[in-house]
Design a protein around this ligand. Structure first.
Ligand code: HEM
Length: 510
C-alpha cells in the first residue's frame, strides 16, 4: 500500500514537472515570437532592409556607418528605420535633444545593452540606469570636479608624455640612446602607441597602478591584453543577429564566450588584488579614483565594476581620438604649421611639455581637436531603448522597447548641420575672433549630452591636446602609405583596421 502511494506520488511529480517545463518552453517561445513580431520585422522587404540583409551596401561603402550616413543625408527628417533590426537611427539634433534630455527617463540604456556588457562591466556606471547610475554619477562628478583630482590627472598625462611618449619617438628615430632595446627605425603604428599611452594613463588615474605599456620592447601587460579581448568579444555579442546565440554559447562555455570568460577572470583577479592592497593601505594615501571611492563603497565587487567602467570609458576613446587627430594633422600641413605657430607664441622653445594653463590657452589646437572628432568621433553611434511609446520631434513614432540610436558620425557629415563644406576638415568653423566657440551639444553629441554627458570630457581633451602639441612641435609625422584612409573595425569604440603606420622625421632645431 505504502509502495503504491509512493509510486503514485512519484508519477504525479513527474507529470507536474513535465507540464511545468512544457509550459515554460511554450511560454518562452511565445514571448520570443511576440517580441520579434512587435519590435523586429524579419520579413521586411523594403529597399533599406533588403540592402542590409544582402550586405548590398558593402559594394559602395567601406562600413555600415558610411552607409547609414548616406541614408540619413537623403532622409528629409534626418531619421531612418531599419525594420529588420528594430532600430530607429537619427541624425536630427531635435530628436537627439529629445532622447538625451527632454525625455531622458524614457530612453534608458535598457536591458539589451546591460546584458551584453554585464559580464565585463557588472553594475558600473556605463551599464546602469536609475538609482544605481545616479549614485555613481554624483560620486564620480564630485571626484572628477575636484581640483586635486584634476591636477593629479594632469600630472599623470604630462609625465606620461615627457618621460615615455617623447623618449619613445626619439628612440624610434634613433636620436637618443633608448633605455629600451628598440631598433632605430623611423616607423611605428601610431594607433598602437596611443592605445598603450591611454591605457597607462587611465590605469594610473583610476587604479593608481602603472602597467608601463608605453615601452614597445615590452609585451602589452596581461591586464591590457585581457581588457582588449574582453571589450572586443563583448562588441561581437552586439553583432549577432539574436542574443540567444551568444547566450547559448555562454551557457555551454564555447568559442568566443569561453575566451571572454577567461579574459574577464583575468581582469577580476588583477582588480581584486589591487583593491585588496589598497584597502590594506587605507584610503587617504592616494589621489587615484579607487582610493577616493574606497570609503563610500564597501562592496569590493561593486568597486571593481566602478573602476573597470572608467577604464573602458577612458582608454580606447582617447586612443581613437588621438589617432584620428594626428592623421588629419598629417593631411593638412597648413593646420600643422598653425598649431606650431600657436604653441610658439604660448610656450618657450625649451619647454618640452605644455603646462595646464598653456594647454587651456591654445584655442586653435582646441578647434582642431573638435573638428577632428566631428568627422571621426571615437564613439560613432550610441543606442537607447524606449520604455514607453513616444513620438520624436520630427514625427517618427517610437514603439515601446524599440532601439533608438543617435549617430554622431553621420551628424558630422550632414550638410544641413554644418553647411556645404561639411565634409571638409576646417578647424576655423569652431573659432570666433580666434577664440574657441562651442556648438550646440545636440548637433555635436560626440561626448553624448544631457544628464549622461561624458564625465571625462575635459580630461580627454586636455590629454589629447597635451600629447598632440608635444609631438607636432618635435616631429613631422606622415602615414607610411600616403593613400591611407581611416577604416573602422567593429568594436565598442572606433578602432582603425590595420592601425596607422607612420614615418617620423625630427624637425630641424628640435
Ligand atoms: C575622446 C574621448 C572620449 C569620448 C569621445 C567619450 C565619449 C563618451 C560618450 C559618447 C559617452 C556616453 C556613452 C553611453 O552612455 O553609452 C561617455 C560616457 C562616459 N565617459 Fe566618456 N568619452 C571620452 C573619454 C573619457 C574619459 C577619459 C573618461 C574618464 C576619465 C570618460 C568617462 C566617462 C564616463 C564615466 C561616462 C559615463 C557617464 C554616465 O553614464 O553618466 N570618458 N563618454
Amino acid at each position: 500500500m505504502e509502495f503504491e502511494s509512493s509510486a503514485w506520488s512519484e508519477s504525479l511529480r513527474t507529470t507536474l514537472c513535465f507540464l511545468f517545463f512544457s509550459f515554460t518552453a511554450v511560454f518562452s517561445v511565445f514571448s520570443l515570437l511576440i517580441f520579434i513580431l512587435r519590435h523586429i520585422q524579419p520579413w521586411c522587404t523594403c529597399e533599406t532592409c533588403h540592402t542590409y540583409l544582402t550586405a548590398g551596401w558593402a559594394s559602395e561603402f567601406d562600413n555600415l556607418s558610411d552607409w547609414y550616413a548616406h541614408l540619413l543625408r537623403r532622409s528629409p527628417t534626418g531619421t531612418i528605420h531599419i525594420h529588420v533590426l528594430g532600430n530607429i537611427i537619427t541624425a536630427n539634433p531635435d530628436n537627439v535633444d529629445h532622447i538625451l534630455k527632454t525625455r531622458f527617463h524614457n530612453y534608458p540604456k535598457g536591458k539589451q545593452f546591460s546584458s551584453i556588457l554585464g559580464d565585463l562591466l557588472g553594475k558600473g556606471i556605463f551599464n546602469s540606469d536609475g538609482d544605481r547610475w545616479m549614485f555613481q554619477r554624483k560620486m564620480a562628478s564630485l571626484e572628477l570636479g575636484s581640483v586635486s583630482v584634476r591636477s593629479y590627472a594632469f600630472e599623470i598625462i604630462s609625465s606620461e608624455v615627457r618621460t615615455r611618449l617623447l623618449p619613445l619617438f626619439d628612440s624610434v628615430i634613433g636620436r637618443r640612446s633608448p633605455s629600451d632595446s628598440v631598433k632605430p627605425h623611423p616607423e611605428l603604428d601610431l594607433q598602437d602607441v596611443f592605445r598603450r599611452f591611454s591605457f597607462d594613463t587611465i590605469c594610473r588615474f583610476s587604479f593608481g597602478i602603472d602597467p608601463g605599456c608605453l615601452k614597445l620592447s615590452l609585451p602589452m601587460s596581461e591586464f591590457a591584453v585581457a581588457f582588449d579581448a574582453a571589450s572586443r568579444l563583448c562588441a561581437e555579442r552586439a553583432l549577432t543577429r539574436s542574443p540567444l546565440v551568444w547566450k547559448l554559447k555562454r551557457l555551454l562555455n564555447l568559442g568566443s564566450e569561453k575566451r571572454l570568460r577567461k579574459a574577464i577572470k583575468m581582469i577580476n583577479m588583477l582588480a581584486d588584488e589591487v583593491i585588496k592592497q589598497r584597502r590594506k593601505m587605507g584610503s587617504s594615501t592616494h589621489n587615484d579614483l579607487l582610493s577616493r571611492f574606497l570609503d563610500s563603497i564597501q562592496d569590493d565587487r561593486f568597486l571593481r565594476d566602478v573602476i573597470v567602467s572608467f577604464l573602458l570609458a577612458g582608454r580606447d576613446t582617447v586612443a581613437s581620438g588621438l589617432t584620428g587627430l594626428l592623421w588629419f594633422i598629417s593631411q593638412y600641413p597648413q593646420v600643422e604649421e598653425a598649431i606650431r605657430e600657436e604653441a610658439g607664441r604660448i610656450m618657450d622653445l625649451t619647454d618640452g611639455v605644455a603646462t595646464f594653463e598653456q594647454i587651456k590657452s591654445m584655442h586653435y589646437l582646441h578647434a582642431v581637436v573638435y573638428e577632428s572628432m566631428r568627422l571621426l568621433p571615437p564613439i560613432q553611434f550610441d543606442s537607447k531603448f524606449a520604455l514607453e511609446d513616444d513620438i520624436l520631434p520630427d514625427g517618427t513614432f517610437v514603439r515601446r522597447g524599440t532601439r533608438v540610436t543617435y549617430h554622431p558620425y553621420a551628424m558630422g557629415r550632414m550638410e544641413r548641420l554644418w553647411g556645404p563644406d561639411a565634409l571638409k576638415f576646417r578647424p576655423e568653423r569652431w573659432l570666433k575672433g580666434g577664440v574657441f566657440s562651442p556648438q550646440n551639444l545636440y548637433k555635436f553629441p560626440v561626448f553624448q549630452a544631457g544628464p549622461r554627458v561624458c564625465l571625462g570630457k575635459e580630461l580627454a581633451i586636455v590629454e589629447m591636446k597635451t600629447a598632440a602639441v608635444a609631438l607636432v612641435r618635435m616631429y613631422s609625422i606622415r602615414p607610411v602609405d600616403p593613400s591611407w584612409k581611416p577604416k573602422f573595425t567593429p568594436g565598442l569604440t572606433a578602432t582603425f583596421g590595420g592601425g596607422l603606420p607612420v614615418i617620423i622625421t625630427p624637425l630641424q632645431g628640435c
